[in-house]
Design a protein around this ligand. Structure first.
Ligand SMILES: Nc1nc2c(ncn2[C@@H]2O[C@H](COP(=O)(O)OP(=O)(O)OP(=O)(O)O)[C@@H](O)[C@H]2O)c(=O)[nH]1
Ligand SMILES: [Mg+2]
Length: 715
C-alpha cells in the first residue's frame, strides 16, 4: 500500500478548503473572504490501494510570502516536499492565478490544476479551452465545482494517475531567457561544488531563483548569507543588461507568460449585463452609505435573531424548569437521595446550566446569520468599509476580519490575526478583539434587556455591540499613540464576489460555532455551577447572604459601587464570570434561586410530558414565524415564570443594569481566551498587558455610563 502527501495550494479564496471537504468529507473552515485558512490542516483519504494525505494550506499569491500564514504555506511546499501539488485555481480569475502556478512548476513536484469555481466562470461568459491550457502548461487540468462536488472523481483519477507515474509528470519549468538561465546554471554549479547539502535540502531551481532574486529570508533560512558577494557577482551583468532588478525581471516574465496563456485559452462571450456583484457594491461600498448600511445590517441581524428565537428560548426554558426538573425530582425521591444532593442537582446543575441552555436557540440563530454574512461575501465588504476608520489607529481594514469573527467567539479571532503582516499589527488587533461582543455575552444581555428594556431590547443590545466597536476604536487610537506606534500599512484587500451560501454550508458552519457553546455548557459551566452551588451552601443551610459566595462578593463589591452595582450578588457573578461570560447568568440564576413551582409537581404521566414538550415545540415554531412577520419582540417579552427577572428588577435600576451590561461587554472574555493569547504570542507579559487593559477599560466605561447617566438624571 502506498501513501502520498498532496499539498492543496492556491490563491486565497479559490475554494481549497471547500474542495478538500468535498473530497474527504471533512469540515475544514470555509468562508467567502481571503484568509480563512490560517494553519495547516490535513485530511486522510483512501482511493483503492492508495492512501492520500491531503494538506489544506492558507492561500498565497506567490512563493514570496509576507504574512505568517503565507509563510506556513510556502514552508510546507519547500521543506516538506509533498509528492504532489493540487493547485486550486479560480476559473473566473485565471490570469492572476497563473502567476503562482508558474512558480509552483519550479519546485520540481508534479502539479495538477483544479480549475475551480467553474460554474461562476461559465455564468460570467468565460469559455476556457482545457486542452489548450494543459498543453501550454504541460500539466493535467481538471475543471471542478467544489461546492457541488463536481469534478471530484476526475480529480482523484488524475491524482492517482500522476502519483503512479510521478517521473513522467515532473513539470517543465518556465524558461526565463538565455541570460538568466545561464546565470542560474552557473549558480547551481557553484552550489553543487560548495554547498551540496543545502542544494539537496531544497528544490534546486527554486533555491537558485530565490538566491538570484536576493530573497533575504531565503538567504537567512538556508544559512547562505555569506555568499552575498558571489551572488552580486552573478547578478551584476544581468542588472546591466536588463537595467532592472532581478526580482522585477522574473516577475515580469511570469506576468507576461500568464497573460499570454490567458489570452490563448480564455474566450469571453459578450458581456450581457453588469455583474450582480458590481451593481451591489456600488451601494454597499459607497463612501457615505457604507457605514450606515453596516449598522443597519447589524441591527436587522439582531432584530431577526431575537424575534425569531424568543418562542424557542421559552420552550427550552419551559422544558428545563418544567419536565426535566420534575423528572429529576421524581427520580431522586425514588432513590431516597438526601436533601443536599437534590438541591445540588436541581438548583445547582439544572438551574445553573439550564439558565445558560435557555439561550441556545438565540445563539444558534444569531450564529446562523453571522455564518450567512461570512459566506455571502458581506464580511469582506464590512472590512473594506471599516478600512478608513481602522487607519486612524494605524491598522488596515484587513484587521477588521479577525475582529468581526470575534462577534462569534473571541478565541478564533486570535488565530485569524495571522493574516496580518507584522507582529505589531497582530498584537494590536488581538488586544482589540475582546471589545467585540462574543456570543457568550448574549445571555447576560438578554436577561437584563428583557428585565429592564422589554420592547427596546434588540436596540439596547445592538447599542452594546456598537459601543464595543467604538471602544475598540478609542482604545486603538490610544494604543497606537503609546505602546503600539506604527506605520499605516498599505495593503489592498481583495473583495470576493457575492455568493449565495448553500443550505448545507449554513447548517455545517452554524453548528460548528454552536457546538462550542454546548461543549462549554457541558464542561466549564457545569463545573462552575457545581462550584457556585458549593460556595452558596457553605455553611450548609445558612441564608444566602451569609454564605461563602456572598462573603467573596462582599469583599469585592466596593469596587463596583461607583458603577451602580455594588451588591454582593452582582459582584460574585462577575467574579465567577471571569471563567466564561455565561457563568454570570448561571451564577445569578442560583443566587436569585429559581424556586420550584408547585405546578411542576403536577401528576402527569411520562407520555403526557413528552406530548406536552412536542406540542409546545410546535407552538414555538408557529410563534417564531409569527414574530418574524409581525415584528414582535420575541425574546424580551418572554413570559417569566421563575421570577429571575423580578428579582433583578429589585436589585438594579435600568441605568445600573445598562452599566452592568457595559461592564460585561468589556471585561475579560474568558479563560480560554487567556490560554490562547498566551499560546499564540508566547508571552506572559503580553497576556498581563491584555488582562490589565480589560480590567481597567470596563470599569472606566461602566463608570462613565452610570455616573454620566445620573448626572443626566437617568437613574
Ligand atoms: N460558486 C462556487 N463557489 C465556490 C466553489 N468552491 C468554493 N466556493 C466558495 O468560495 C469561497 C471560498 O472557499 P474556501 O474553501 O474557504 O476557499 P479557500 O481557498 O480555502 O480560502 P482561504 O483559506 O481563505 O485561502 C466560499 O464561499 C465557497 O463557498 C465553486 O466551485 N463554485
Ligand atoms: Mg481555506
Amino acid at each position: 500500500m502506498k501513501k502520498i502527501t498532496v499539498a492543496v495550494i492556491g490563491n486565497p479564496n479559490t475554494g481549497k478548503s471547500t474542495l478538500i471537504n468535498a473530497i474527504a468529507g471533512t469540515r475544514l473552515q470555509v468562508g467567502n473572504w481571503p484568509g480563512v485558512t490560517v494553519e495547516k490542516k490535513t485530511a486522510l483519504l483512501q482511493v483503492e490501494d492508495l492512501t492520500i494525505n491531503l494538506v489544506d494550506l492558507p492561500g498565497i499569491y506567490s512563493l514570496n510570502p509576507y504574512t505568517q500564514e503565507e509563510i506556513i504555506a510556502r514552508d510546507f511546499l519547500i521543506k516538506e516536499k509533498p509528492d504532489l501539488i493540487i493547485d486550486v485555481v479560480d476559473a473566473t480569475n485565471l490570469e492572476r492565478n497563473l502567476y503562482l502556478l508558474l512558480q509552483l512548476l519550479e519546485l520540481g513536484i508534479p502539479v495538477i490544476m483544479a480549475l475551480n469555481i467553474f460554474d461562476e466562470a461559465k455564468k460570467k461568459g468565460y469559455e476556457i479551452n482545457i486542452n489548450a491550457l494543459e498543453n501550454a502548461l504541460g500539466i493535467k487540468v481538471v475543471p471542478t465545482i467544489a461546492t457541488r462536488g463536481k469534478g471530484i472523481k476526475e480529480l482523484l483519477l488524475a491524482v492517482k494517475e500522476v502519483a503512479e507515474n510521478k517521473d513522467a509528470y515532473i513539470p517543465r519549468a518556465l524558461n526565463y531567457g538565455k541570460e538568466i538561465e545561464e546565470a542560474l546554471k552557473n549558480l547551481k554549479i557553484r552550489l553543487e561544488k560548495d554547498y551540496p547539502q543545502v542544494l539537496q535540502r531544497y528544490p534546486s531551481r527554486w533555491l537558485c531563483l530565490s538566491l538570484l532574486e536576493g530573497d533575504e529570508a531565503v538567504l537567512k533560512e538556508t544559512g547562505l548569507i555569506h555568499i552575498k558577494n558571489l551572488l552580486e557577482e552573478i547578478r551584476r551583468p544581468l542588472i546591466n543588461t536588463f537595467n532592472d532588478d532581478i526580482d522585477v525581471i522574473l516577475a515580469d516574465a511570469r506576468y507576461g507568460i500568464a497573460h499570454g496563456i490567458n489570452k490563448e485559452v480564455v474566450r469571453k462571450k459578450e458581456k450581457l449585463e453588469p455583474d450582480f456583484t458590481e451593481r451591489l457594491d456600488k451601494i454597499v461600498l459607497n463612501r457615505f452609505l457604507g457605514l450606515p448600511l453596516f449598522l443597519v445590517i447589524m441591527w436587522i441581524v439582531f432584530k431577526i435573531a431575537f424575534d425569531f428565537s424568543g418562542p424557542f428560548c421559552d420552550w427550552v426554558d419551559g422544558v428545563i424548569s418544567g419536565e426535566i426538573s420534575k423528572w429529576a425530582s421524581i427520580s431522586l425521591d425514588a432513590l431516597h437521595s438526601p436533601e443536599w444532593l437534590k438541591s445540588l442537582i436541581i438548583d445547582g446543575i439544572i438551574g445553573g446550566v439550564g439558565a445558560v441552555l435557555v439561550f441556545v436557540p438565540l445563539i444558534g440563530i444569531f450564529m446562523f446569520m453571522v455564518t450567512f454574512l461570512e459566506g455571502s461575501g458581506y464580511l469582506a465588504r464590512a472590512a473594506f468599509v471599516m478600512d478608513r476608520i481602522m487607519h486612524s489607529f494605524g491598522l488596515h481594514g484587513r484587521s477588521f476580519i479577525p475582529l468581526v469573527i470575534g462577534f462569534g467567539c473571541n478565541v478564533p479571532s486570535i488565530y485569524a490575526t495571522r493574516v496580518l503582516e507584522t507582529e505589531r499589527d497582530r498584537k494590536l488587533t488581538a488586544l482589540l478583539c475582546p471589545c467585540m461582543s462574543c456570543g457568550a455575552r448574549l445571555p447576560v444581555y438578554v436577561l437584563f434587556a428583557g428585565a429592564f428594556f422589554a420592547k427596546y431590547g434588540a436596540t439596547v443590545i445592538w447599542s452594546l455591540y456598537i459601543l464595543g466597536i467604538i471602544t475598540a476604536v478609542v482604545l486603538g487610537i490610544i494604543l497606537n499613540k503609546t505602546f503600539y506606534k506604527g506605520m499605516k500599512p498599505v495593503f489592498i484587500m481583495e473583495l470576493p464576489p457575492y455568493r449565495m451560501p448553500t443550505f448545507k454550508y449554513l447548517m455545517i458552519y452554524t453548528w460548528e460555532k454552536l457546538k462550542h457553546f454546548l461543549i462549554k455548557a457541558g464542561t466549564f459551566i457545569l463545573a462552575f455551577s457545581i462550584l457556585v452551588w458549593v460556595l452558596l451552601n457553605i455553611p450548609y443551610g445558612a441564608p444566602k447572604d451569609q454564605t461563602a459566595l456572598a462573603r467573596i462578593g462582599k469583599v469585592i463589591s466596593p469596587v463596583f459601587a461607583p458603577l451602580g452595582f455594588g451588591n454582593w450578588e452582582a459582584s460574585s457573578a462577575l467574579f465567577t464570570g471571569v471563567v466564561a461570560k455565561e457563568i454570570v447568568v448561571s451564577t445569578m440564576a442560583q443566587i436569585y434561586g429559581i424556586q420550584e413551582e408547585e405546578e411542576a409537581q403536577e401528576k402527569t404521566t411520562f407520555g403526557e410530558d413528552i406530548k406536552n414538550i412536542l406540542v409546545s415545540f410546535g407552538k414555538a415554531v408557529k410563534d417564531g414565524f409569527t414574530n418574524l412577520f409581525t415584528l414582535k419582540s420575541g425574546v424580551f417579552e418572554a413570559e417569566e415564570e421563575n421570577g429571575l427577572k423580578n428579582k433583578l428588577q429589585n436589585a438594579f435600576t435600568p441605568l445600573s443594569a445598562y452599566a452592568f451590561m457595559v461592564f460585561v461587554l468589556l471585561y475579560w472574555p474568558c479563560m480560554v481566551f487567556a490560554f490562547t493569547l498566551r499560546a499564540e504570542f508566547g508571552s506572559w507579559r503580553f497576556l498581563g498587558q491584555a488582562l490589565l487593559i480589560y480590567t481597567i477599560v470596563p470599569w472606566i466605561a461602566a463608570f462613565i455610563v452610570y455616573q454620566g447617566g445620573r448626572l443626566l438624571g437617568l437613574g
